[in-house]
Write a protein that binds this ligand. Sequence first.
Ligand code: BGP
Length: 481
Amino acid sequence: MSEKKFPAGFLWGGATAANQLEGAYLADGKGLSLPDVLPGGKERLDVVNAPDFDFTVDEDKYFYPNHIGNDHYHHFKEDIALFGEMGFKCYRFSIAWSRIFPNGDDEKPNEAGLKFYDEVIAECLKHNIEPVITISHYEMPLNLVKKYGGWKNKQLIDFYERYARTVLTRYHKQVKYWMTFNEINSAAHFPVMGQGLVVANGANDKKNIYQAWHNQFVSSAKAVKIGHELDPDLQIGCMILYATTYSYDANPVNQLATLQTNQANNFFCGDVQVRGHYPAYTKSLLARQGVQLSDLDYTQEELDLLAKYPVDYIGFSYYMSAVVDETNDDQEQVSGNLMGGVKNPFLQSSDWGWQIDPTGLRIALNELSDRYQKPVFVVENGLGAIDKPDANHYVADDYRIDYLKKHIEAIREAIDDGVDVMGYTPWGCIDLVSASTGEMAKRYGFIYVDEDNECQGTFKRYKKKSFDWYKQVIATNGDNL
Ligand code: BGP
């Protein structure tokens, strides 16, 4: 048992996203959403990034796992009861924008969609679980993609504002913790999923990505404004995909490249959302990508909004670290959480090539805390693995326990370093569809869902070995790992 302690009130929990688990993709007035037209399987990213991808459902050609998810829409009471049994203090989930505004540009919200989340929240509160809501998690009404071209269009700001106002107004009395956009920075690597940029119309044009980000920054500031006007105690955070990034060696060329990679990948979005202004390096960052400030459409009024309504805390996901080597093109490459890089000889990788690095989490926590001087919240972390259930559907996932234990230890060390860490919500606390592969086979959960890649199965829920382990971690406030 460690001398080092987690603070009282530490938010232990788990995290999910609507489009990856709810299913019921057209139920009760929900509109088609961007991930509803993304096929499953390893080809997902290739298909989505193809210039002729046309964003229609073609059941003859593809299977769409998000249409079914893990059927949480019909199992949420059972699922949240299981989270309650593990002792969750909080549960991070997202609202499907397309349940609330089926076309995105509708005048009025869909009451049936709002009712669903009334019930989800009520169920959390029944089990003494604090809801933590991501307003937009890799999901938007498909109409906003097809008709408006996604986030590069400034009209999206008004649509998001209406959506955010609707859900903040409806739920602010029950829900204190919010995040405006999931992994906002991931759009640099995956502009379709994060920003709905239509590839044929230039998702890969960097200018569109920066314009889309600007529009999201303004939208996020507006959500903070609305939230704080409703209740100044609401905590509204950003959410950054963070991969601690090392230089391969002490060569100053690589050190400089690492600094610039950090600015581009890890810091840019947070710098704007937390500090309330574009960082001094913006011009040079854009120039490196062939973009001029004058290419972007922004107003002084929008910059004032950013300054006035920064986020309250930094939510971030952490799965792996990355390595930069500009000096040797022959380095072995690895894949990663939307961004890969050079192989780190000191680290093991997951089945999907993501480099496992608990110390990198301690570094990430310190870097974010030093940089922003605000509380940080580890809202995603975990090991995607192929689980092999026995005849009783039991999964002895010692590999997952080992991964989580080491990362929780790293958080405890960071707290001892002086970092103000709000909580920890491991990703996919119940098995769900993977964002990058669109498969069920890549599982993260404490709870096994009997379902294959084609979403065939009984959909029964089974506790894995990690379920009982995590339960006692929470019961002892992290003393017993
Ligand atoms: C993050 C996303 C999640 C989630 C997770 C795991 O990037 O916020 O939505 O899916 O990564 O990624 P994957 O599902 O690709 O293994």
